[in-house]
Design a protein around this ligand. Structure first.
Ligand code: UGA
Ligand code: MN
Length: 327
């Protein structure tokens, strides 16, 4: 009886060993990505990169731990140079859709590595709504405020001049003593739509980069015209004679350029609507210097969407709701 058991054991033993070895080999293989590699994956390197080991059950669980340990002996890849920080300056003002707009924006920005959000309220003080919102947004951010003088709050006048300048002043102040860390600035209005690819494009800005903008200027898109890698003109439905016929959403500037042109700001005096971008860019660069992004300006990665004014015709004047709800 005993010998029968023994012989069965020895027959099974090699098979058991083969199964163990196969299981072990399988756990050594790095995990395949969850989804077919998303096209925007480079952005999530900073934060999302940490997710990969989690897929194997976190640092303390069995197979994950073993997999990580074994990897330690492999030659480590060289440390990557730090990602330039993207500073997004967003002017914003109180209105019924404000929190909805900011929520959409934060949901995009949260997916971008190394982004610092400079939110500038057009108000005499920081509002509770925006303060609470930012505190829970899960993003590195700076909350500023400056009111637009009443005389400039008229239709037909440029918007958000003071707010963008406050953002610029904060950036210059923050970097005044240290040598500039690599960084890129862009002006992100709170109602536009931004693809994640856009951030990958702008991150490599050396001085000033440009790209097409969708749904703007009375056209499906506007774009810089590019020949041999240089901007040679503008495809635009409105005042193509502007030196830089481009929307605020269509360019980014390196932090270095912002710091080495300390006087460059958005101007009220003499500035006509629609000329703000051009007036600003004139102070810091030339058309020849512009760096075309988005495949030589042939792809739309940002849209100048505008939110419909919300209909509140049925808001009660009396018999209000019994609770106060922030919207
Ligand atoms: C276009 C351009 O895309 C803007 O970059 C430019 O500032 C604006 O024209 C202009 O006329 O100055 P548009 O969609 O017409 O944009 O402007 P809004 O989206 O209404 O305003 C641009 C930004 O300024 C938004 O982030 C908005 O929240 C903010 N804003 C607007 C204020 O901070 N205060 C205001 O009173 C109005
Ligand atoms: Mn807008």
């Amino acid at each position: 009886m005993k010998s029968v058991l023994f012989s069965r054991f020895f027959i099974l033993l090699p098979w058991i060993l083969i199964v163990i070895i196969m299981l072990d080999v399988d756990t050594r293989r790095p995990a395949p990505p969850l989804t077919p590699r998303p096209y925007f994956s480079p952005y999530v390197v900073g934060r999302g990169g940490a997710r990969l080991p989690l897929r194997r059950g976190g640092p303390d669980s069995g197979p994950g731990r073993g997999w990580q340990k074994r990897n330690e002996s492999r030659p480590q890849p060289r440390p990557e140079p730090p990602l330039p920080t993207i500073y997004a300056i967003t002017p914003t003002y109180s209105r019924p859709v404000q929190k909805a707009e900011l929520t959409r924006l934060a949901n995009t920005f949260r997916q971008v590595a190394q982004l610092h959000w400079i939110l500038v309220e057009d108000a005499a003080a920081r509002s509770e709504l925006v303060s609470r919102f930012l505190a829970r947004a899960g993003l590195p951010s700076t909350h500023l405020h400056v009111p637009t003088p009443r005389r400039y709050k008229r239709p037909g006048l440029p918007r958000a001049t003071e707010q963008r300048n406050a953002g610029l002043a904060w950036l210059r102040q923050r970097h005044q003593h240290q040598r500039a860390q690599p960084g890129v600035l862009f002006f992100a209005d709170d109602d536009n739509t931004y693809s994640l690819e856009l951030f990958q494009e702008m991150r490599t800005t050396r001085k000033v980069s440009v790209w097409p903008v969708g749904l703007v200027g009375g056209r499906r898109y506007e774009r810089p015209l590019v020949e041999n890698g240089k901007v040679v003109g503008w495809y635009t439905g409105w005042r193509a004679d502007r030196p830089f016929a481009i929307d605020m959403a269509g360019f980014a500037v390196s932090l270095q350029v912002i710091l080495s042109n300390p006087k460059a700001v958005f101007k009220r005096r003499g500035s006509q609507p629609g000329m703000q971008e051009s007036d600003f860019l004139k102070q810091i660069t030339t058309v020849e210097e512009l760096e075309p992004k988005a495949s030589n300006c042939t792809k739309v990665l940002v849209w100048h969407t505008r939110t419909e004014k919300v209909n509140l015709a049925n808001e009660p004047k009396y018999r209000l709701d019994t609770v106060k709800i922030e919207v």
